[in-house]
Design a protein around this ligand. Structure first.
Ligand SMILES: NC(=O)c1ccc[n+]([C@@H]2O[C@H](COP(=O)([O-])OP(=O)(O)OC[C@H]3O[C@@H](n4cnc5c(N)ncnc54)[C@H](OP(=O)(O)O)[C@@H]3O)[C@@H](O)[C@H]2O)c1
Length: 183
């Protein structure tokens, strides 16, 4: 029986470990061609080989989400390579510092926002046209419980998770692209 994601393409950020890795493997099992995005080529190549050994399809996309240039370069490469993009999973994240806000280092605060918020905004804007070429585009931005439940020392991580909850209302065509939050 063909998988539920047969002939679909899915970009998964942070696909080398954790939840991103699990999503990438499940999507590949369901027949998707998974675009494994992350900053560690060797780790991503290992995932690609594991997926291929199981009969799945995957490609490695090296990107440092902290760097806007790198994010735009990834989008440019995808626009050259793909006719359409079916699924965008904004999974990668940095936890940042686990200290009270009064002691939170500003450089870490900014770094967390660059990775967890800015990169997803740029990806969404850059890949919007490619997603709209899909018959059933889906954008999933992972969130977390700290977006709604206050917890000490979750700092910029909690604040940017909140942004991801808001991002569900940014779809220009309600219903055409479904944004899902995990919390
Ligand atoms: N784990 C939980 O309990 C939990 C609960 C609620 C929500 N979530 C959400 O689920 C998502 C995944 O969580 P997780 O626990 O699987 O995270 P994780 O194990 O810490 O993995 C984070 C991923 O993001 C990548 N990443 C970080 N900075 C990057 C950068 N600058 N450029 C490219 N990739 C970068 C990491 O790559 P490297 O290996 O290169 O660092 C890694 O692949 C996050 O959005 C998180 O907020 C997790």
């Amino acid at each position: 029986m063909p998988g539920r994601l047969q002939n679909r393409s899915a970009l998964v950020t942070g696909a080398n470990r954790g939840i991103g890795l699990a999503i990438a493997k499940e999507f590949a099992k369901e027949g998707a061609t998974v675009l494994l995005a992350g900053r560690k080529k060797a780790a991503l190549d290992k995932v690609r080989k594991e997926i291929e050994a199981q009969g799945g399809k995957a490609q490695v996309c090296v990107v440092d989400l902290e760097k806007e240039k790198s994010v735009r370069a990834l989008a440019k490469a995808l626009k050259k390579k793909l006719k359409s993009l079916d699924i965008l999973i904004g999974n990668a994240a940095s936890l940042g510092a686990r200290v009270p806000l009064t002691k939170y280092p500003l450089d870490t605060w900014r770094q967390t926002f660059r990775i967890n918020v800015d990169a997803n905004l740029v990806l969404l804007q850059e890949l919007d046209a490619l997603l709209k070429k899909s018959a059933a585009p889906r954008v999933v931005m992972l969130s977390a419980r700290v977006a709604t439940q206050g917890k000490a020392t979750t700092g910029s991580y909690a604040v940017r998770r909140r942004w991801k909850r808001w991002s569900g209302s940014t779809s220009p065509r309600p219903g055409a692209r479904r944004c899902v939050s995990t919390s």
